[in-house]
Write a new protein. Sequence first.
Length: 176
Amino acid sequence: YVDNCFSMALEGDTEWYKLYQMHLPHEQVKLLMLWDYLGIPHKRGKQVWGAILMVIGFSLDPNALTATLPEENKVELIQQVRAFAALRRHPLNEWQQLVGWMNWSFNVYPLMHPVLSNIYFKMRGKSVQSAQIFINKDVRQDLTWFAEHIERSSGVYFFANIDWNPFTEADLTVFS
């Protein structure tokens, strides 16, 4: 079972795909035509392409080699974290929802994981969803720190985008 396939293509290297009545990258059209031939189902909504892609709510920019939260999602997350930290207590299910949202954001802010240590400690051993859990000083500080860092962070850079000249910078050239 394959849910998502990713590849890259040169800008402008598109071809008309008759079934969806749209231009798609050449290699993507070839794959879809193969799937059509083999009877493998696929959906138009899954055929996304472009300079910036949205994948599970993250903005992926292959040219800048970055993954980020779209600005409106980032602002909403920060507001929710600050609103949560501003109150004295919340039911367990609200703690779990916030933790889930923060955990999801770690896909683009991977170094923020430690912020959940005190939060998990407060939730430990609790199972009644409506049980009120008080926010202590450590949790409030962690949530504030998280919101401030997310606000300033631009996301993940996968690689340094460097210009390398194989003719002048190669350590070894092999011919066969």
